[in-house]
Design a protein around this ligand. Structure first.
Ligand code: PRP
Ligand code: URA
Length: 206
């Protein structure tokens, strides 16, 4: 279950974030707009039920989200996608998982975790711009399952095929939503063509 987005407005913003000459403010802004597309797509997979709604004129059929929605950015780069997800799902609560990939082993190490209560009635949306080897996302999903989550959607901006395969293998019941899937990983574990280091470009730490 992988959804890859399409559309011209989205493609233009993906072009902006790939461009090595894009400034930090313009990069952040384009990530925020891409985040809106991703959040709308992810929201299509929330459970919901019918309700009656009374307008000033009559009563008609409406629809509301079932259970709770929890958005979990993977620190640090996932923070760049948080606000657009809250714009689309303002009723969501937010949890945090801090993971840093060791750039020599490519293994992710957890340094922070703060999650709201999770249960079978929660839909958890994990957000991280980059799905490279998949190690960070796989570890985050393990942590969420240990904390009680059963319904999880993984959302990324750019994915490598290796990362998608890894998440599907380790967590076959997790839906993946990505804006774009790239060609491959290079020998340093970076997505090619990619955009470089998402955290550094978002937070101006190049
Ligand atoms: C980046 C990115 C993902 C991870 C992807 O974070 O935001 O979390 O790498 O790589 P993987 O799929 O191979 O695990 P990084 O560890 O550089 O931390 P940062 O967000 O603090 O920059
Ligand atoms: N992390 C990033 O920020 N970029 C990549 O291409 C791979 C991992």
């Amino acid at each position: 279950m992988t959804t890859i987005l399409s559309g011209t407005a989205l493609a233009q913003d993906i072009t902006t974030i790939r461009d090595v000459h894009t400034s930090t403010p313009a990069f952040r802004d384009a990530v925020r707009r891409i985040g809106l597309h991703l959040a709308v797509e992810a929201s299509k997979h929330l459970p919901s039920h019918d309700v009656d709604v009374t307008t000033p004129l009559t009563t008609t059929a409406g629809r509301v989200v079932d259970g709770t929605v929890v958005i979990v950015p993977i620190l640090r780069a996932g923070l760049g996608l948080l606000q657009p997800f809250l714009d689309i799902m303002p009723y969501a609560s937010v949890g945090y998982i801090g993971l840093k990939r060791d750039e020599s082993t490519l293994e992710a190490e957890e340094y922070y975790q703060r999650l709201p209560p999770l249960s079978a009635t929660s839909t958890v949306i994990v957000i991280d711009p980059m799905l490279a080897t998949g190690g960070s996302m796989v570890d985050a999903i393990h942590a969420l399952k240990r904390a009680g989550a059963t319904s999880i959607i993984a959302v990324c901006l750019i994915a490598a095929p290796e990362g998608v395969t890894c998440v599907h293998r380790e967590h076959p019941n997790v839906r993946i939503v990505v804006a774009v899937q790239d060609e491959a990983l290079n020998e340093h574990g970076y997505i090619v063509p990619g955009l470089g280091d998402a955290g550094d470009r978002l937070f101006g730490t190049l």
